[in-house]
Design a protein around this ligand. Structure first.
Ligand SMILES: [Zn+2]
Length: 392
């Protein structure tokens, strides 16, 4: 039996508990949450910490398979430059280098208080690590292809991966991004998902030229990906931003998370809310700074279901949900810390359908117990020195 207490406890389910106490067994199963010290509990039995105790973090967007690219891709080249660099270096690494980078990356996530991950996979290289891991993974098998004639082959490759995955309830087939999937391929993915109530993850509006791509059939991304050539001139611009142009092919999906949303505007958000009540907006601010040197306008999303992702080590210096929150807090200091913690815990658990176990500190759950230290508790804000310690 363990009793943890701190200046505050963010349970994710109700108000902050000042000097509350969480009781768990050795496995981290929450047995009791006390608002204040019960009379029969001795002070010396309680471990008291400075800071905030919160549930384990949910990282809703990562690419574990790209971990070997840490520090290998130039920053601030915009998305088309990033993709270009990624394609030119990715063959230069051995199997052993890739494997050890993935193991190291996973250990880093564990050390940083992450308990569950929504992870993108293009191949099967991460599957055996995931099968043995103490982390919970939902794997999004990613598929792409702008040439409609190649849709069937691309889809059947992803279907094979889907069928070999070790946990059939924690895997989906998902389109890569709004700009890289033909209408025919979308149709195949959608058909597969709707039947299974799968969770969908889509890279969305990561760069301005992604909107131009759909609106006018032009721009850096449209040129770089040679869309006119691949579609034999049949691409029809929608006159709309990337999000409504692409997402309308995915009606009646159970849950959808849109990743990045850096160039999503107010109208896009309203459109998405009308389209589905199960949209989750995943933000990876450090990757946005790395690739585009800009951030989404978070103030547009304060009433939405937001989640936090680290993206991959190809576009980030570390895999830490807290570091992502610190970046948001630095640029948008008015967003309350409780809101940020909700994005990092409760919402992600709900998206990945693991809220029975993770996301809140409640009796009967095993959410992981994190301590955030070095906060500005007077103003209730993260500081550049805030850090996470895993208590259990
Ligand atoms: Zn990504």
């Amino acid at each position: 039996m363990h009793y943890f207490s701190a200046d505050y406890i963010f349970t994710g389910n109700g108000p902050l508990l000042k000097a509350g106490i969480v009781a768990t067994n050795n496995d981290g199963l929450v047995l009791e949450v006390f608002k204040s010290k019960p009379k029969n509990l001795k002070r010396e039995e309680i471990r008291h910490y400075r800071g905030i105790i919160c549930p384990g973090f949910i990282n809703t967007h990562c690419h574990l398979e790209l971990s070997y690219l840490k520090g290998k891709i130039k920053a601030n080249t915009q998305l088309h430059g990033f993709i270009n660099d990624l394609m030119s270096v990715r063959e230069n690494f051995t199997q052993i280098e890739r494997e050890s980078a993935m193991i190291q990356a996973e250990n880093e996530m564990i050390k940083n208080g992450i308990v569950a991950v929504g992870d993108i996979s293009n191949g099967s290289s991460t599957f055996s690590i995931k099968e043995k891991s103490s982390l919970y993974y939902h794997t999004f098998i990613e598929v792409f292809g702008s040439d409609p004639n190649l849709a069937k082959d691309a889809f059947s490759h992803s279907e094979n991966l889907f069928n070999t995955y070790f946990n059939s309830s924690a895997v989906s087939i998902t389109p890569h991004a709004t700009y890289s999937v033909s209408a025919e391929l979308s149709r195949l993915i959608h058909q597969h998902n709707v039947k299974r109530n799968s969770i969908l993850s889509i890279h969305n509006q990561e760069t301005q030229s992604e909107n131009e791509f759909h609106k006018n059939g032009s721009g850096k991304l449209f040129e770089f990906l040679k869309i006119a050539e691949k579609t034999k001139g049949k691409f029809i611009p929608s006159g709309l931003n990337a999000l409504p142009s692409f997402l309308q092919k995915y009606s009646n999906e159970s849950k959808i998370t849109l990743i990045h949303n850096t160039f999503t505007d107010y109208q896009d958000i309203q459109w998405a809310k009308n389209f589905s009540s199960s949209i989750y907006w995943t933000f990876c601010p450090n990757a946005n700074m790395y690739i585009e040197n800009t951030l989404p306008d978070f103030t547009l999303f304060l009433n939405e279901k937001c989640c936090i992702g680290t993206d991959s080590l190809a576009s980030n210096n570390g895999l830490s949900v807290l570091e992502e929150l610190k970046t948001i807090s630095k640029h948008f200091p008015d967003i309350p810390l409780e809101t940020l913690l909700k994005w990092a815990t409760v919402n992600g658990a709900e998206l990945l359908s693991i809220h029975q176990k993770f996301g809140t500190i409640e009796v009967g759950k095993k959410p992981g117990i994190n301590l955030i230290e070095n906060l500005d508790l007077e103003n209730f804000k993260l500081t550049p020195h805030s850090k996470v310690v895993v208590l259990l």
